[in-house]
Design a protein around this ligand. Structure first.
Ligand SMILES: Nc1nc2c(ncn2[C@@H]2O[C@H](COP(=O)(O)OP(=O)(O)OP(=O)(O)O)[C@@H](O)[C@H]2O)c(=O)[nH]1
Ligand SMILES: [Mg+2]
Length: 419
């Protein structure tokens, strides 16, 4: 599809289209598009969205062609001849923000919708796109405005006229209406950001304990070579899978042991390096071989595999597992989710899903709390008002208010072309 946005979109279309008149607004219309010589380049559907009821808020024309890259290129060339310019990454969405169709957090949600790797991440992105997150921030800003107004009003009165409880009440209201909801939002950030950034999970352990077997089981494919021979895996091998809607990259590694084989030595070196940088490290032992039970490096979760061979008691911190029979796989998934900060909850609330939002929220919170600490000291009231106003501005820049050109540049550089 080719999308044209801007005040000249319709005049361009009239030169490109075989039709003598503009198509009806928002009605799929069969059309043919012509090159300079008047020959038909391709036939397809033209859509016309008049301003301001369009994605960007400008006149938009969309051409749904057959899809041949050569013919699309010919259409584009014709459009450039007629005065079009290629869109920058994210430029359509940027224009939507500039025309007030979306706020900045909604624009970021557009990227999130494109990048969502799991349904759960997609649902969070939708909430943000629908404006739920923005409304929340807006509510906090409104409370702040009225509380700042109280402080500013008190600046105009001599001390004796201010009721004794005034500042205590003000602080309490700030806590209830702003600080507590903000802390609740911030508490969701580690998991919320994980939903989009994902995490890496390394599987380590001695040779032959079942690392590759586990990788195949978790990703549901026969991805890694499995054999009874020790030292089967040498390379680092990665697969994508998900736990509770958190996108994960699972990494299989060479079994850890001393070896004279230089290739295996390199495999072990890479295994250790992988474990060091992974977000979560799974250590696997073989229940039938006690010499595999002691981890030589740090691990986050401990699994005792091949429990089908050995039913003796094992140490508490090991999750009993048998990849062959399926025992313990569910427990492992739950443990992984917990490890990634996913605490069981019913209806999932709205989350903070971006570092940019978290950093601004945190800074705003700091300003608010410092302002509260200064309340009640007459000589510091100015400072309180200033800090609370500052917090208001920080929350505003989450939504793209104020002087945010550089923020826009950064946010839209993450987009792909055509969005
Ligand atoms: N009985 C039993 N055998 C298992 C289980 N899991 C894996 N195995 C077997 O253990 C052997 C080794 O499995 P792998 O997955 O190749 O082991 P690995 O840890 O990747 O080994 P290296 O790549 O050599 O480090 C294979 O013969 C598997 O079939 C299990 O739960 N029970
Ligand atoms: Mg292996």
């Amino acid at each position: 599809m080719i999308r044209i946005s801007g005040p000249n979109a319709t005049s361009l279309l009239s030169q490109l289209s075989i039709r003598p008149t503009l198509p009806k607004a928002r009605l799929a219309t069969l059309d043919s598009w012509l090159d300079k010589a008047g020959d038909v380049v391709d036939q397809g559907v033209t859509l016309y969205f008049p301003a301001p009821a369009s994605y960007t808020g400008e006149d938009i024309v969309e051409l749904q062609a057959h899809g041949s890259p050569i013919l699309l290129q010919a259409l584009l060339s014709r459009l450039y001849e007629l005065g079009c310019e290629p869109a920058e990454p994210g430029e359509f969405t940027r224009r939507a923000v500039e025309h007030g169709k979306l706020n900045l957090s909604q624009a970021e949600a557009v990227i999130a919708c494109i990048d969502a790797a799991t349904i759960r991440a997609g649902k969070q992105a939708q909430r943000q796109l629908q404006g739920e997150f923005g409304k929340h921030i807006d509510g906090l800003m409104q409370s702040l405005t009225s509380l700042v107004a109280h402080v500013e009003a008190s600046l105009d009165f001599p001390e004796e006229e201010i009721p004794e409880l005034f500042f205590a009440e003000l602080a309490q209201n700030m806590m209830d209406q702003v600080v507590r909801p903000m802390k609740q939002m911030l508490a969701s950030a580690p998991l919320g950001e994980r939903l989009f950034e994902g995490a890496t999970v390394a599987i380590i352990g001695s040779p032959n304990v079942g690392k590759s077997t586990l990788l195949n089981e978790l990703c549901g494919r026969d991805r890694a070579i499995v054999s009874h021979i020790e030292g089967t895996t040498r390379d680092v091998l990665e697969v994508d899978f998900e736990v509770n809607g958190i996108p994960l990259r699972l990494i299989d590694t060479a079994g850890l042991r001393d070896s004279d084989d230089t290739i295996e030595q390199e495999g072990v070196r890479r295994a250790l390096q992988t474990a060091e940088v992974a977000d979560v490290t799974l250590f696997i032992a073989d229940a039938s071989r006690p010499q595999t039970w002691v981890p030589s490096i740090h691990a986050d979760l401990f699994l005792m595999n091949k429990m089908d061979l050995q039913c003796d008691a094992i140490a508490d911190h090991f999750i009993p597992l048998s990849v062959t029979t399926g025992q313990g796989i569910t427990a492992l998934r739950s443990a992984l989710a917990l490890c990634l900060g996913d605490i069981a909850m019913g209806d999932e609330g709205m989350m903070v899903t971006r570092e940019r939002h978290r950093v601004l929220l945190l800074e705003a919170l700091e300003n608010i709390e410092e302002g509260i600490a200064h309340l009640g000291r007459e000589d510091m009231l100015d400072l309180t008002a200033m800090q609370w106003r500052r917090a208001w501005g920080l929350l505003g820049s989450i939504l793209g208010m104020g002087d945010v050109e550089d923020i826009l540049d950064r946010v839209f550089s993450e987009f792909c072309i055509g969005k």
